[in-house]
Design a protein around this ligand. Structure first.
Ligand code: MLT
Length: 451
């Protein structure tokens, strides 16, 4: 008797569709078939709502442009910079590239945490200059704050309760969903297991402290998307909460360079006690125009502790260092030299000019929209302008209307969380003439309010 046995990968489909498979079996008396189980996905990914916000916007804009090839679309959606790199950073990068071309100054792998020259410059110019002590070895240089603020949750227990403001930068939520720290999303758009802290015009964009204990609290100031900035008093309240509840604050200060009001804090460490409870994320993307260059850093103070399941305390710094060294090989040398140049006298001047340019754009957006009768928030110490949609229009409805009727792209507030519904974000990262034209078009579409 002729017998054969074989594994059939499920991916090829049912064998009945493969005639050659049956030909090969002709003449056999007994056939044992075994279907190999297909590899299982991380099913938490299936809980995610549609696509990531910005690719979804890009998809809609692409679809519209294909149908309307002559439309001159102005993009004020994703917060991507447009001004070219400061000369000081370009010169530093070129010099570093030349060094890499000489046997005596060539460098291979650098320190995973970043070169001392950059970590020291950051400690001095970003922190010591504001009376804050951050040691260079508490700074971890990386390729982006999006990555850092998304990756940080990995070093905390899967059972950690997270709290986010609502609306919120979607990365904080999505990375926790991917990790399996949440349940399913409800019809209202909230993920089960996350503490949402509504941040709306009704509470002056100052969310109340959670009533239950949160283990990890994501805060962003100047805020993406609302453009509001936390005061010293706001930060003190959070540091106190974190101390009382043994929580850790994940403070995203990627937009700190847009703060011009001298009474507002740039860093959470300007508040006493924050070193014990907070991690801070910073980036060169929005101040120095590095969105395409990639350089950022995360500050993890040595005092910051977390407990294991048996209640023993461990330094978070050591854990993040372990994670960083395992998964990251450092930012390239030329890019770190470019980042260092941001702190030179010339670099500071160039960055200041770029920030002023974008803040002026933000003012034009704010004033233009306000003149149509819309309620406008943010955009003073932040690059984002947050606007209430007219006549309680849905965020995506307003998005579609502006795209189709004014050929202007913004970001629907609902994309940042359920409490963002009924709001819309416009980014000031654009060329002046485009900002002016976009506002003119929106004004002609919306008209001026009846007096
Ligand atoms: C935004 O538009 O919210 C930002 O560009 C997102 C980011 O920096 O990743």
């Amino acid at each position: 008797m002729k017998i054969t046995g074989c594994f059939i990968p499920q991916s090829i489909g049912h064998p009945g569709i493969l005639p050659e498979f049956f030909e090969a079996l002709a003449g056999l008396d007994l056939i044992v078939l075994n279907f190999a189980p297909m590899t299982t996905l991380n099913t938490h990914y299936q809980k995610l709502k549609a696509g990531y916000l910005f690719p979804e916007i890009a998809r809609r804009v692409r679809e519209f442009s294909v149908q309307n090839p002559n439309a001159k679309i102005i993009r004020l959606g994703i917060g991507d910079v447009v001004l070219p790199l400061p000369l000081s950073t370009r010169n530093a990068m070129k010099k570093a590239v030349d060094e890499m071309g000489e046997p005596t100054s060539f460098r291979g792998y650098g320190p995973e945490q970043g070169y001392d020259f950059l970590r020291e410059a950051i400690a001095k110019h970003d922190f010591a200059s504001r009376g804050v002590t951050i040691h260079p070895d508490e700074i971890f240089v990386s390729d982006g704050s999006k990555c850092d603020s998304g990756n940080i949750q990995e070093i905390f227990d899967i059972g950690s309760k997270i709290a986010v403001t609502d609306p919120v930068y979607p990365v904080y939520v999505d990375t926790n969903v991917m990790a399996g720290r949440t349940g399913e999303v409800s019809a209202s758009g909230h993920y089960e297991g996350i503490i949402y802290m509504p941040s709306t015009a009704e509470n002056n964009f100052t969310p109340a402290l959670p009533k239950e204990k949160a283990d990890l609290i994501y805060l962003c100031s100047p805020n993406n998307p609302t453009g509001t900035v936390m005061t010293h008093e706001d930060l003190k309240r959070w540091v106190r909460y974190a101390k009382e509840n043994d929580s850790i604050i994940l403070f995203d200060a990627a937009y700190h360079a847009f703060i011009t009001n001298p009474s507002l804090p740039h860093s959470i460490y300007e508040v006493e006690g924050a070193r014990d409870v907070a991690i801070e994320f910073r980036s060169f993307s929005k101040n120095a125009g590095f969105t395409g260059i990639r350089c950022a850093f995360t500050v993890v103070p040595k005092e910051l502790m977390a407990k294991n399941k048996s209640g023993e305390k461990f330094g978070v710094h050591a854990l993040w260092n372990r994670r960083h060294c395992t998964k990251f090989n450092g930012v390239s040398y030329p890019v770190q030299r470019a980042a260092e140049a941001v702190y030179s006298a010339e670099g500071k001047k160039e960055v200041d000019e770029m920030i002023r340019y974008y803040l002026n754009n933000a003012r034009i957006i704010r004033e233009g929209l306000a003149s149509t009768g819309l309620k406008v928030y943010g955009g003073v110490d932040a690059p984002y302008v947050w606007v209430k949609t007219p006549q309680n229009m849905g965020s995506w409805e307003f998005f579609d209307m502006l795209l189709k009727e004014a050929h202007v792209v913004g970001t629907p507030g609902a994309g940042f969380g359920p409490s963002g519904e009924g709001y819309f974000r416009l980014s000031s990262f654009g060329f002046r003439e485009n900002i002016e034209e976009a506002i003119q078009r929106i004004k002609s579409r919306l008209g001026t309010p009846a007096r």
